[in-house]
Design a protein around this ligand. Sequence first.
Ligand SMILES: NC(=O)c1ccc[n+]([C@@H]2O[C@H](COP(=O)([O-])OP(=O)(O)OC[C@H]3O[C@@H](n4cnc5c(N)ncnc54)[C@H](O)[C@@H]3O)[C@@H](O)[C@H]2O)c1
Length: 327
Amino acid sequence: MTQLQDSMVKIESTGVTQNTKDMLQQLKTVTIIGSGTMGNGITHVFAQSGFNVHMMDINQAAMDRALVTIGKNMDRQVLKGTLTEEAKQAALARITTYTDMVEAVKNADIVVEAATENIDLKVKIFLELDKLCPAHTILATNTSSISITRIASHTKRPGKVIGMHFMNQVPVMKLIEIINGYATETEVTNTIFHLSQYLGKVPCIVNDYPGFISNRILMPLINEAILSLQEGVAGVTEIDTIMKLGMAHPMGPLQLADFIGLDTCYSIMNVLHMGFGATKYAPATLLANMVQAGFYGVKSGEGFYKYTPGSKDMVVSERFQNKSWKI
Ligand SMILES: NC(=O)c1ccc[n+]([C@@H]2O[C@H](COP(=O)([O-])OP(=O)(O)OC[C@H]3O[C@@H](n4cnc5c(N)ncnc54)[C@H](O)[C@@H]3O)[C@@H](O)[C@H]2O)c1
């Protein structure tokens, strides 16, 4: 038994069935689909925890950027003393990149899909994963809002499809929201629960409803902040400051939206809107306009704030600097 498998078995000292133990012991190679904001963080935590990680993206440049980000984030851990230089080098050596899905998944024991938040894309990816992965492979998705049951229904293994929702920034944030699809097998849920603990995270299991818990509550808050800006109730700085200082939020909702990605926020609001059929979930027109114009926040360089590489200053986008600004 490898050190990794041995540690896994120690985690589940109580109440774990033999099937779950068997599943946990099988987990050696993980494939991460997508190497963007989330994919690079998920790759980082799996590699640091001893897994062989296959990172796959259709965009080689995105993967090159992801490797640089992972290296920089690990350097920060080394400086803080939470990771040794030797462990960092070993973790980086466990990561292999692929642009070809066939090669990326052929030995995968578990896949975590973290590609762009789009239902048609996710269905296409899961159809391929189901065809290409070994029969035992667990297919997890990091989707923020799309129905796990719907994604699973396009595969021949709906019992092995599950939501494994990491939070941004993955190496820092403790939570993993685990989402059971309607057909997810209990052993698969248990395996992902213990795996999450092994990664040093705190798992919470929820059921499959639009937005699950995290985004059902967070996204309407962000959308309301954007509506307030759209209506001219207050400016960007005022909205974020009120929520930070008045509600003790670590980050204002507009800054958080930029950080998550406005395209992702927009997709999630559309899923909530369609899923619940209630107008209270309709995405703000300003959000739709910004996404259509390519203002995605941090990842595109501008959203509610303007981002300059290397600078940590919070500079409100010129578009929102005029206080009397309205849509
Ligand atoms: N951004 C967040 O804060 C956050 C938090 C939790 C969950 N999520 C979810 O994680 C997922 C990824 O979000 P993100 O913010 O990392 O997006 P992103 O836009 O930063 O990255 C998406 C990556 O997917 C790649 N991709 C697109 N099609 C692909 C394909 N067919 N095969 C392989 N790779 C492909 C893109 O090239 C890109 O690099 C989404 O489902 C999102 O809802 C995002």
